[in-house]
Design a protein around this ligand. Structure first.
Ligand SMILES: C=C(O[C@@H]1C=C(C(=O)O)C=C[C@H]1O)C(=O)O
Length: 356
């Protein structure tokens, strides 16, 4: 007992020091804010935050692991950043959605989150002055999110970051047993991602599509004999029972989200650039537009075509590649790409997520 008391006294002393150090850090953050305002520099600097986390992970001696270091320092930065400025982040809701989780993963918990129910509303709000948003862009099993791509084509905002999230689905319900479940609600992609499990475990249920997994959770909160396919995070948010976990057919189920904002973050040395363009309906036109990426040794990570609205069977292309538009190689390559395109737009350059 004496020993416990002594150890706790040591912890109390260390906490006092930690508190002092965190507040000292906060004072420096406030000085940086003043400098930024004077020099018209963006308050939120994702490149700097990524570099800082990478350095701390490298310097860490344990016993805390990488995940813990990132979680702790992200939370510190997130709350201290809030001293600089109230940051509001829009996300595809409702509360408890995978996009909500992705937004928390990117910005930390110290910002104000605001759910909107349609990707269209998010882009509209960004044009009307909202500063930041998180939207889904592609899923490793289901492919790209068309509505996000179409709106990226016309937005004036920039892609400032990306987030990957492992998608783990659960069957959640206000019932306490799977035997009572007659209807399963979820987003069509989530229903598709759990097809095999549903066939084996609930072959006779009615599957009802919803606009999001968390909206499904909200429905089953009020409805008997039903369940939702959503995350454990959603179960927690809505106070539901988890009837089965990890019911997704594949463990390689990841969703990629894009973070939108106003200012292109500076290069970190490991960045990605997203562009969108259309080419003439001519033999080899797409090949000629992409060739400069090859010529300058730029590694393409995504290519996707989307129909051009109001122009049936004409397409534009979304391309992501590694590199930053401020890199000499990238700017030269893009000059050449542009020459081959009818329309060309840089969507953004941003730190590549290596799971931060
Ligand atoms: C303090 C700064 O502002 C923000 C907060 C950071 C931090 O807490 O370390 C880092 C980057 C910015 O998003 C800064 O730019 O250095």
């Amino acid at each position: 007992m004496r020993e416990l008391e002594e150890l706790r006294r040591e912890i109390d002393e260390l906490d006092r020091k930690l508190l002092e150090i965190i507040n000292k850090r906060a004072q420096i953050v406030l000085q940086i804010r003043n400098w930024k305002i004077k020099n018209n520099y963006p308050i939120f600097d994702p490149s700097r935050e990524k570099e800082l986390l990478e350095r701390l992970v490298k310097e860490n001696q344990g016993p805390l692991d990488e995940k813990a270091i990132i979680g702790i320092f992200k939370t510190i930065m997130s709350y201290l950043r809030a001293l600089e400025k109230d940051i509001e982040v829009l996300y595809l809701g409702p509360e408890g959605s995978f996009t909500h989780q992705a937004a928390v993963k990117f910005f930390g918990e110290g910002v104000k989150f605001k759910p909107l129910l349609l990707v269209e509303d998010i882009f509209k709000s960004l044009e009307e002055g909202s500063e930041y948003a998180v939207v889904p862009i592609e899923n490793s099993l289901e492919g790209t999110v068309g509505s996000t791509m179409d709106l990226l084509a016309v937005t004036t905002k920039k892609v400032i970051g990306e987030v990957y999230l492992d998608v783990r689905h659960s069957l959640i319900s206000s019932e306490d047993s799977m035997n009572k479940v007659k209807r399963v609600y979820s987003h069509p992609q989530a229903l598709a991602q759990c097809k095999r499990w549903l066939r084996q475990n609930l072959p006779n249920v009615q599957e009802i599509p919803t606009s999001s997994t968390s909206f499904a959770a909200k429905i089953v909160k009020e409805e008997k004999e039903s369940a939702a396919i959503a995350s454990n995070f959603a179960a927690e948010v809505f106070g539901l029972n988890i009837l089965a976990e990890n019911i997704q057919d594949s463990w390689n189920n990841k969703t990629r989200f894009l973070v939108l904002g106003k200012d292109i973050p500076k290069p970190t040395g490991k960045d990605k650039t997203s562009i969108i363009f259309s080419v003439k309906h001519q033999a080899g036109a797409l090949y000629r537009a992409l060739r400069p990426l090859h010529d300058f040794g730029l590694n393409m990570t995504l290519i996707q075509s989307r129909p051009v609205p109001a122009k049936p069977f004409e397409y534009r292309f979304f391309v992501d590649f590694q590199g930053h538009i401020w890199d000499e190689k990238v700017s030269q390559a893009l000059e050449r790409v542009k020459e081959e395109c009818i329309d060309f737009k840089i969507l953004g350059s941003y730190p590549e997520a290596n799971d931060f």
